[in-house]
Design a protein around this ligand. Structure first.
Ligand code: DC
Length: 211
């Protein structure tokens, strides 16, 4: 199959990562979690612009990139235009590889791949996203007040990601909105697959997963 790009954007903890992995596996597409690029730049420390310009594949395999702290650090380095610019070519090359690609992030449909064949904007209310994060990070076993703290963190991250001058988080004009507040993971994945399959058919491609 030729190139076929699926851009999946949305705020933290809306379910984009889970949906992206599931649809990539379903259609046999390659998947790039672009948040990992910013997380690796934040985790490397030192000058973030130099870190982004010298980023190596092994930097993405670090095992400390999934924490809340790494997400915060990523969100802070992601406001720097030179950091974003250094990561563009890699993402665009990945998007146009043969056989189909799913990229998830904040600016894939708006800046990195404005011509993506499919654009999905996956979202959920701040309360639902904070609740999911809280459950992931210990839930009822975590410290008193932690629920409010996670909600405050989610809101602060939204404000930074949506409020930055360069490539702010927002849905592309032609993105399909997928609000997962009231959906199970299975339902959200099913809807995403239906949207992608319809676009594949429109592009003259076979939407059935490889045998
Ligand atoms: O999706 P994530 O939580 O791994 O992303 C971490 C941070 O990286 C996010 O808060 C903002 C930044 N980011 C970005 O600016 N652009 C992207 N395409 C992906 C992530």
């Amino acid at each position: 199959m030729s190139a076929f790009t699926v851009a999946i954007d949305g705020p933290a903890a809306a379910g984009k990562g889970t949906i992206s992995r599931a649809v990539a596996a379903h259609f046999g597409f390659a998947h790039l979690d672009t948040g990992l690029l910013y997380r690796a730049v934040g985790a490397l420390g030192g000058d973030p612009v130099a870190a982004a310009q010298g980023l190596r594949p092994e930097d993405l395999a670090r095992d400390d990139l999934r924490s809340l702290e790494a997400g915060e650090a990523a969100s802070r380095v992601a406001v720097i235009p030179e950091v974003r610019a250094a990561l563009v070519d890699f993402q665009r090359a990945f998007a146009r590889r043969e056989g189909g690609a799913v990229l998830d992030g904040r600016d894939i449909g708006t800046v990195i791949c404005p011509d993506a064949e499919v654009k999905l904007y996956v979202t959920a209310s701040a309360e639902v996203r904070a609740h999911r994060r809280w459950l992931e990070t210990g839930g009822p076993d975590s410290a008193p007040g932690s629920h409010e703290a996670v909600l405050a963190q989610v809101r602060a991250r939204d404000a930074r990601d949506m409020g930055r001058a360069d490539a702010p988080l927002r849905p592309a004009d032609d993105a399909v909105m997928l609000d997962t507040s009231e959906l199970s993971i299975g339902q959200a994945v099913e809807r995403a697959i239906a949207v992608i399959a319809a676009q594949m058919v429109a592009a003259g491609l076979n939407p059935h997963p490889p045998a």
